[in-house]
Design a protein around this ligand. Structure first.
Ligand SMILES: *Cc1c(COP(=O)(O)O)cnc(C)c1O
Length: 370
């Protein structure tokens, strides 16, 4: 790298063209090494596919013409999802991970100063997206039990007339769900779009707020293949809504974003949705077990969860607890960046032997001398 005066001047000048909203931001970061013997930090599905399904998948992949561009939008997958949801394919948009669709929505909706209501604590990517587009984040603090504060949300909506309200249920990072009547009250009060992020819907009844689509043209559902479907490494998500709204979002979406391999993999798993449901049921059992075990430990306070993870607080600082667990080969997520969740950490449900190893390691970590 050159460091003469001219280069430094040119660099300073070049940096000045980066928009202030971008320069003031921080890149999204998980803040942990990607590999560890027991990885319970990213809400992934810990189970492998059965051999027979893997073989079917490999055969399907062999037929994929890699030299050809994919369609602008993955039509076969859109059709399969339409059948899965009982909704028209024109009302579905598939993305390279649901995060990509969050960005698309931001491009379509958020301008400088656009008000967006985000209940707290919420998946931090939403705030990042609104700020990048220059929008006005209206964060609404939770109730003391960490549930979204419906009354405060209704008040914020009526005062600010937001273009977009985002709800996540089950919520990440808490694992809590919203009561349907609360969601409906917010939907009825909102003058703009309401995005309901259902990344964890398969760990509830698998249906979630699908019926709202029949009644409310301003509701959008966001779903992902990253959690129950076990395809976090493939990057696929989808957004569902009224075809007229979805048509507009297509104009803001980058074409060819879903590749042929990803589409083929998702189609295979949709054919085996029963397997996804079975794995989700096992993961739910693991979550119930983790919650019970955590609740028996002195000084440990877990929060009941409807997702594939549990958050809890201990008497140790998260940084110290996570370092001790990492030394034993176990990764958890530190939630201290959320002001409401200071002191909390998050454990994703693993396979049964991983969960037992985690509980043993936790008991040791909590009693280790300073
Ligand atoms: C994990 C998660 C997603 C999924 O993002 P992808 O880009 O599809 O992997 C979306 N929303 C929430 C709240 C999540 O926790």
């Amino acid at each position: 790298m050159l460091h003469d005066v001219l280069t430094v001047d040119a660099l300073t000048q070049a940096l000045q063209v980066i928009r202030p909203a971008v320069r003031q931001g921080k890149p999204y970061s998980v803040g942990a090494p990607p590999e560890a013997p027991i990885k319970l930090n990213q809400n992934e599905n810990p189970f492998e596919l059965p051999e027979a399904v893997k073989r079917e998948l490999l055969e399907a992949l062999q037929e994929v013409p890699l030299n050809r561009y994919p369609a602008e939008h993955p039509e076969r997958l859109r059709q399969a999802l339409a059948e899965h949801l009982g909704w028209s394919p024109e009302g579905i948009i598939v993305g390279n991970g649901s995060n990509e669709l969050t960005f698309t929505l931001g491009l379509a909706v958020v301008d400088a100063g656009t008000p967006v209501v985000l209940p707290r604590p919420m998946f931090s990517f939403y705030e990042m997206m609104v700020r990048l587009h220059g929008g006005n984040v209206l964060g609404v603090p939770p109730r003391p039990d960490l549930q979204f504060d419906t009354e405060a949300l209704l008040e914020t909506i009526s005062r600010n007339r937001p273009a977009l309200v985002v709800l996540t249920t089950p919520n990440n990072p808490t694992g809590l769900t919203m009561a349907p009547e609360d969601v409906e009250a917010i939907v009825q009060a909102a003058p703009g779009l309401v995005l309901i992020d259902e990344a964890y819907v398969e760990f509830t009844d698998g249906i979630g707020f699908r019926r709202f689509l029949d009644h409310y043209p301003h509701v959008l559902l966001l779903r992902t293949f990253s959690k129950a479907f076990g395809l976090a490494g493939v990057r696929l998500g989808y957004l569902v809504g009224h075809p007229r709204i979805i048509q507009e979002l297509y104009k803001a979406r980058i074409p060819f974003m879903v590749d042929r391999l990803a589409e083929t993999i998702a189609l295979t798993l949709l054919r085996h949705y029963k397997l996804v449901q079975e794995q989700a049921a096992r993961i739910k059992q693991a979550v119930a077990w983790l919650y019970q075990e955590l609740a028996t430990l002195a000084g440990v306070a877990p929060v009941p969860s409807q997702a594939n993870f549990v958050i809890f607080r201990t008497e140790l600082q998260p940084r110290i607890l996570l370092a001790r667990l990492a030394q034993k080969g176990i990764l958890l997520r530190d939630l201290s960046n959320y002001p409401e969740l200071r002191g909390y950490v998050r454990v994703s449900a693993g396979r049964p032997e991983e969960n037992r190893a985690f509980m043993d390691a936790l008991k040791e970590a909590l009693t280790e001398p300073e």
